[in-house]
Design a protein around this ligand. Structure first.
Ligand code: DC
Length: 206
């Protein structure tokens, strides 16, 4: 399955991380959560580093830290992600990951539009802001983080506005993306829909 690339984009907390992991496991492909790259850069910036330097010197170990999952890091990630120098420093790593032998799944905001415009399958996973905020609230409060439904919704809306409104690589569905609205779907159904969209393309590929 050399170079078979699956691009999964969508706004915060739409379910693309869960779907991407499940799809990668199903097809035996490698998975890269590209949001973690921006989160790791943001964590370094919050610790005092320069954003571009942090992006240029990022190491795979930097992606392991559990603290990258906090709302403060998410907001800072959305901010550093609007800097063209940061985005271009992270481009080559993502493109080479996408080309790895054995197939790759990348999830993020600009995979189908900028990083891998030639991806074999593109999915755009979305859901209403209210549904996404409710899911993220549950996830964060289950982890013991002190959040309220109102602040989580405000965070989701602020990130949507920033990620969709930036000049460089804004979040939008690629013209040839299959759109999956998970607002009314359980996770098993969303995974099944993604797997079936991918299977169709995979059969044409082999
Ligand atoms: O997917 P996530 O919530 O972990 O992403 C965190 C932030 O990183 C997101 O708000 C915008 C940015 N990001 C991006 O600009 N491009 C990507 N491919 C992935 C994430």
């Amino acid at each position: 399955m050399n170079g078979f690339t699956i691009a999964i984009d969508g706004p915060a907390a739409a379910g693309k991380g869960t779907i991407s992991k499940a799809v990668a496991a199903h097809f035996g492909f490698a998975h890269l959560d590209t949001g973690l790259l921006y989160r790791a850069v943001a964590a370094k910036v919050l610790a005092g580093a320069d954003a571009e330097d942090a992006a240029r010197t990022l190491a795979t170990d930097d992606l392991e830290d559990e603290s990258l999952r906090t709302p403060a890091v998410a907001q800072a990630a959305s901010q550093v992600a609007s800097l063209p120098a940061v985005r271009s420093a992270l481009l080559a790593f993502q493109r080479s990951f996408a080309q790895r032998a054995g197939g790759a799944v990348l999830d993020g905001r600009d995979i189908g539009t900028v990083i891998c415009p030639e991806a074999d399958v593109k999915l755009y996973v979305t859901a209403s802001a209210e549904v996404r905020a409710a899911r993220r609230y549950k996830e964060l409060s289950d982890k013991g983080l002190e959040v309220t439904p109102q602040t989580v919704l405000a965070d989701v809306q602020a990130r949507d506005a920033r990620d969709m409104g930036r000049a460089d690589a804004p979040l939008r569905p690629a013209d040839d993306a299959v759109q999956l609205d998970t607002s009314q779907m359980g996770i098993a159904d969303a995974i099944a829909a993604a797997v079936s969209a991918i299977e169709g393309k995979l059969n044409q590929h082999s």
